[in-house]
Write a protein that binds this ligand. Sequence first.
Ligand SMILES: Cc1cc2nc3c(=O)[nH]c(=O)nc-3n(C[C@H](O)[C@H](O)[C@H](O)COP(=O)(O)O)c2cc1C
Length: 190
Amino acid sequence: MKKLTFGYALTGSFCTFERSLTQMEYIISEGIDILPIMSFNASKTDTRFGKAREFIDTIETLTGKKVIRTLEDAEPIGPRNMTDLMIVLPCTGNTLAKLANGIYDTPVTLAVKSHLRNQKPVLIGVSTNDALSYSAKNIGALLGYKNYYFIPMRQDDFINKPHSIVCDFERVLEAALYALEAKQIEPLIF
Ligand SMILES: Cc1cc2nc3c(=O)[nH]c(=O)nc-3n(C[C@H](O)[C@H](O)[C@H](O)COP(=O)(O)O)c2cc1C
């Protein structure tokens, strides 16, 4: 059987990079190839959560592939049929807004667009503290779009960040296998 390849895109929710990389490693250990992608902001910004270059090096070591971090490298993903599923984990409020509105000016949003041309599933892992305010309409829009699926998510700190939602990183592979069968894993909100 042909080995599955998941596109795996990180956007600028820097505090969740470690959790995302743990899941990337787990997916690889299950025998799935990963094509790594980072948004411009994810691949260029050093924060208190780590240096961009170090995250890129770790991802390239884990996957054995160069991280896609330009528009020209993201564009062929669809035409060359490079991915069976596209995961965006973590997905920022910014990237949710772009995907919901057809704006493709980052390697991650263009990778999603390019992948979608083959009518294959996209799996979103929300991580944003405006999920229940400005981003709510974008999550709602994507829930209604064809080929979009979500990793189960919850309010991570409703007392101090009442609009914040973060997905359950540990369920990404399970959600991915559902999405490959055109199914949304449930419960979506827990
Ligand atoms: C340290 C730091 C942490 C951030 N965490 C988040 C986050 O968890 N969720 C989010 O939506 N944006 C977060 N942002 C803001 C995004 O990085 C910013 O909106 C950026 O434009 C996202 O671009 P991208 O979606 O193309 O990666 C954070 C920014 C910084 C500097």
